[in-house]
Design a protein around this ligand. Structure first.
Ligand SMILES: Cc1cc2nc3c(=O)[nH]c(=O)nc-3n(C[C@H](O)[C@H](O)[C@H](O)COP(=O)(O)OP(=O)(O)OC[C@H]3O[C@@H](n4cnc5c(N)ncnc54)[C@H](O)[C@@H]3O)c2cc1C
Ligand code: SF4
Ligand code: SF4
Ligand code: SF4
Length: 399
């Protein structure tokens, strides 16, 4: 029996494609699982049992680096156009701009023509615009790691941006020579919901007629961002995040996420990126601005010098902060653990069994609300929040 990557269970695999990019025999394919997440499948006729995929799998091999605590900043792009079209403060685009100015290339997540995200390499400012903005579904990595290795060994600077598990995969897969030319930016990561559920949601709500889709449009500001879409026939959709069923299943009830995201080993301690980017939800009042503020962790000397460089060039505003302030309202900086609702398995069994997402959402949401409320009532803090909400509701309704 060959010892391959198939021993990484569905509960632990993140779909990062580190194994796919490493296999010298092309024996690994990445396919969508029945739950809607990318998984490797090994062709045993091609596999030579070399064991390389196991060595390059972050789930098996990644160890949090021993590095000093990061330098922490609040930051935002000084270009308003960039800032408004980015999910947070637009720091990613300005890092990308600097790498392009030095003749380098940028790898990140773009929509393809089927409205599914995939990681691509770009070498122009128009290309960076395709990467801008969070897409809260799994991004197909394809052969991007191999492409980065080729560019970087030819001495080209490359910026890679992705989820912490993807960044760990790139970090492990690159040769030492290539890694020296690459800047890795990992995102603070809530988790990834099912691509299968997203396909069904898009088909149901937009009927294959989608022209544009944004998970986090700043129509009413950064802190109250909205899901915004347009169809080719001119219909527009613009709702708050908690009012959108797909986002509610993901961000409010946490029921549609990949198994590995409930116990993510790439967050909560030292991180794989040279730089970490996220939303600075707990930003101190003097820097709060509803066009968006990024939290930036400079984890390595390379990351820190690039961040300071773009600040010195006037591409971003940069203000030193501290980890405790940054972690306020951003639990993924503190821990990769998240409560898994009891109903997650029911929800996923429904999806796997062929019950479409809109039906599962309708069936599960009332029960999820009950489950969430009873969990809330089990802690003193939760009870305080619950009763203050009830009091607010009574005040609003009373004549
Ligand atoms: C799935 C996911 C969950 C997140 N959860 C949190 C969170 O809990 N807390 C928090 O503070 N921040 C979270 N973020 C990060 C945040 O949404 C912004 O992406 C980040 O702050 C960078 O913003 P920006 O304004 O600098 O640039 P933006 O232009 O908004 O960021 C674009 C970058 O994000 C990358 N990206 C977009 N979608 C994906 C994807 N599906 N997979 C991999 N990379 C992607 C692109 O490659 C691009 O490089 C999450 C992002 C993603 C993708
Ligand atoms: S053991 Fe080697 S040949 Fe087989 S799948 Fe893994 S990397 Fe490919
Ligand atoms: S390398 Fe990534 S995709 Fe491959 S088995 Fe490991 S976690 Fe899964
Ligand atoms: S939560 Fe962790 S495992 Fe899940 S996508 Fe984010 S980094 Fe990967």
């Amino acid at each position: 029996m060959k010892d391959t990557i198939e021993r990484v269970t569905n509960a632990r695999c993140t779909g990062c494609a580190g194994c796919f990019n490493t296999c010298p025999e092309g024996a690994i394919d990445m396919v969508l699982s029945r739950e809607g997440f990318y998984r490797p499948v090994v062709n045993h006729d091609l596999c030579t049992d070399c064991g390389l995929c196991l060595k390059r799998c972050p789930e098996l091999s990644w160890r949090a680096p021993l590095v000093p605590p990061p330098a922490v900043y609040a930051a935002w792009s000084t270009n308003d156009e960039v800032r408004v079209h980015s999910s947070s403060g637009g720091v990613f685009s300005e890092l990308a701009r600097r790498i392009l100015d030095q003749g380098g290339a940028v790898a990140g997540c773009a929509w393809n023509e089927r409205w599914e995200p995939e990681h691509v390499l770009v070498d122009s400012w128009d290309g960076v615009a395709r990467l801008r903005g969070s897409k809260y579904i799994p991004s197909r990595m394809g052969s991007v790691i191999r492409q980065i290795e080729t560019l970087a060994t030819n001495k080209e600077e490359v910026l890679f941006c992705g989820t912490p598990c993807q960044v760990a995969a790139v970090d492990i897969a690159l040769s030492r020579k290539a890694r020296a030319k690459v800047v890795l930016a990992d995102l603070v990561c809530h988790g990834l919901p099912s691509l299968k559920a997203f396909r069904q949601y898009v088909d149901h709500w937009f009927g294959g007629d989608l022209q544009s889709y944004e998970f986090r449009a700043k129509t009413t500001g950064w802190s109250a961002s909205r899901v915004r879409a347009r169809t080719r026939s001119g219909r527009s959709y613009d709702v708050r995040v908690s009012g959108d069923p797909f986002q509610r299943a993901f961000q409010v009830y946490h029921v549609s996420m990949m198994e590995a995201c409930y116990d993510c080993r790439f967050q909560g301690g030292a991180r794989a990126g040279d730089v970490t980017l996220g939303d600075f939800w707990g930003v101190p009042g003097e820097w709060r601005d509803d066009r968006g503020v990024s939290v930036v962790l400079a984890n390595t000397a390379k990351g820190r010098s690039l961040v300071e460089e773009i600040a010195a060039l006037g591409l971003i505003e940069l203000h030193p902060s501290d980890f405790a302030t940054a972690a306020k309202g951003n639990p993924r900086l503190l821990s990769g653990l998240r409560h898994k609702p009891l109903l997650r398995s029911v929800f996923m069994r429904g999806l796997v069994g062929g019950i479409p997402f809109p039906t599962m959402a309708r069936l599960c949401f009332p029960w999820l609300r009950i489950e969430q409320t009873s969990r809330m009532l089990a802690t003193p803090r939760g009870r305080r929040i619950f009763f203050s909400k009830v009091r607010r509701l009574i005040t609003t309704l009373s004549p």
